[in-house]
Each structure stands twice: as C-alpha cells, then as structure tokens.
Write a protein that binds this ligand. Sequence first.
Ligand SMILES: *Cc1c(COP(=O)(O)O)cnc(C)c1O
Length: 370
Amino acid sequence: MTTAHDGLLTIDLSAAGDNYLALSRRLGRGSRCGAVVKADAYGLGMSKLAPAFFRRGCRDFFVATLDEGLALRRLLGDDAAIFVLTGVRAGREQECVRAGLVPNVFTLQQLRAWMEVCDQAGIQAACGLKVDSGMTRLGMTADEFGRLLRDRGLLSAANISVIMSHLACADDPQHPQNRRQLDRFREAGERLRDELPELQLSLANSSGIYLGEEYHFDLARPGSALYGVNPRPGEENPMSAVVNLSLPVVQQRHVADECWVGYGATQRAEPGSWLAVARGGYADGIIRAQGNRGCGWACGQRLPMVGRVSMDSTTFDISGLAGPERAGLAHIEVLNDAVTVDEVAGYAGTIGYEVLTSLGHRYTRRYTGS
Ligand SMILES: *Cc1c(COP(=O)(O)O)cnc(C)c1O
C-alpha cells in the first residue's frame, strides 16, 4: 500500500542500474557500454539517473544538446566522456571546448569550424563524426565522407575520436536494413581507422545490442532499455521496470442508470457498474489516444479506462473489484511492472519512448534504490 499522495511517480534507480549492468554484460569483449541520458534521461531525471550509471562504471554519456552536456559535466565532473549527439551550433563551440564535451559533426564545414575554434583555444579538442549509413537523418553523406578521406591534411589535423551512426530498424531483427547499415558503417569505420588508428566505432542503440556482437563495436549507446523499454518488441522483456505511476482516486460512483462517460460521450457505462475518477490526465502524460482502450491497475487487476482521457483526470471501470477493495481504493496505477511502458504505448499507438518523455511534472517524484 502506498501512503496518501496527489500523484506519485516512483523511479527505481536500482532497476535502472541493473538494466545498465545487464546491457553491459551482453556486449562482446572489448566493447564498452555507454548511457544515453538525453531529454532529461528520457523524462526520468538526468541528475539522478546519470550518477546511478556512473556508480556502476559507466564513463561514456550521450546527450542531445549542448545545454544538456553542460549540466551533465557539472554533475559528473571530469571523469566522464560526454558526447553531444546533435552537435553544437555555430557560435557556441567555445563553451563546448571549455566544458570538454565531444560534439558530433555531420558536414565538412562543421568540422572545419570546430577545428578553427580549437586552434584559437590552443587545444586539439576531440569531436565525433556522425555518418549516415542508411537512416537519412543526421549524418555525413557518403559523398562528403569520401572527400574527407581524400583530404589527408584535414584528417591529420582533426581530432576525430569516434565515428558513429544510428540504426533505423534495430527493433526488427529481420529487417534487411540492419545488415545494409552494418556493412556500410563497418566499411566507413575501417577506412577512417586506417587513417586514425585511435578511432573508436559506435553503432548500437538498445535494440542494436540485441542484434548480435557484430553490431557492438567499441562503444554501445543504449537509452530506452536503461529505462525499462523492451529492446526486443514481441519477445519477453529482458529489462526491469523502472517507473511506477500512481494516481489518486478523487471520486467513485455507482452507475444507477445507463450513462455516457466523458467528453464526446464516447463510451456507455452499464447500470450497476462502478466508476472511479483519478486525478491525472493528458497534461500529465496520460496520452489521450489511450481513451477507451487503456487501463489502470489496482488490487492485482487491470481496470479498463472508460471514455476519453481529460486534461486533468481519467475515468476507470472498477466494477471488477470486490466491495472492500473498492471501499479502500485510494490510488490507481497507470504504469508499473504489470502495465508496462510498452503496453501503454500499444494503447496509445506510440512507442515507450514517448510514454516516458511525456510524463508530467505535477506528480511528486520519488527516487528509490541507488
Ligand atoms: C537516442 C539515441 C540513442 C539511444 O537509442 P535507444 O533506442 O533509446 O537505445 C542512440 N544513438 C543516437 C544517435 C540517438 O539519437
């Protein structure tokens, strides 16, 4: 039983730490496990999660933006390598150099700009090179990469410490795109390593780790699996659940006559049924598309959502509970180790990543474990 609260989001640092260790153990020899903590550690709190991974030996962290990187540097001190995945925009390179962050570059122009700033600062600060291996998102094109390889002067002056690329279909092991991207990335990495012997290669995200050792290279970049999202959709989840979200019940009612529940009157409640209204709606990350489809959890049972999710409240059918259970019902959980982020994502027509990063800030946040 939880004690009274107005909405409680519990984040289990030990579970996240266990997930980090489980992913590390899956990697082949010579391959290190980093941690992606972008977007405030997928909405769960970088200031708590990043140190938990650090305590378990993680020394390679990935953020999306420079500001995230600056905050992380203050948090972890100088022993962590911090990679800025989307790079640094013109004008902010010096801040990046001073904080010892490693920004990705995607174009030759960005690489030259980075080197110029480093020259002025008198340090050959490292950068990462992100290449496109088939996702057609961020990444140096094959054409520009070819020009880089032919420009020996540029290559010898640049301090490129890592080459990375991102998989588009890693959550679908059968997808032929995985092999195509692997082959292209390996070729690019090996050609660049011929010129830069210290270069490290990094390809795998969470799901990529489960595609097999060939995908691991020197440094893996898992994010979602650290936070409990299943890296192998459709198979048993090897990760531990990290979040529990419990909403307070603010009203219960017994349905006497047939009625229609919520905005749009989209769902009928049967006479004789019992409804509970919980505080917490789409403004709190209970994604609205779950309306009429999703469920909550109390007393070991799934409780169907009834009607649309409102901004601040969600209604559940609690008819399945026994009388004394109903009488004592103070909270309904909408995320836990039974109703997982992946299950909720299914109801909402989205992915676990979005369920996590949507979690609101009107809850009390409690961290357990260490
Ligand atoms: C977000 C991100 C990751 C982590 O991906 P997950 O699927 O969450 O493990 C890895 N690499 C890059 C470039 C990313 O943007």
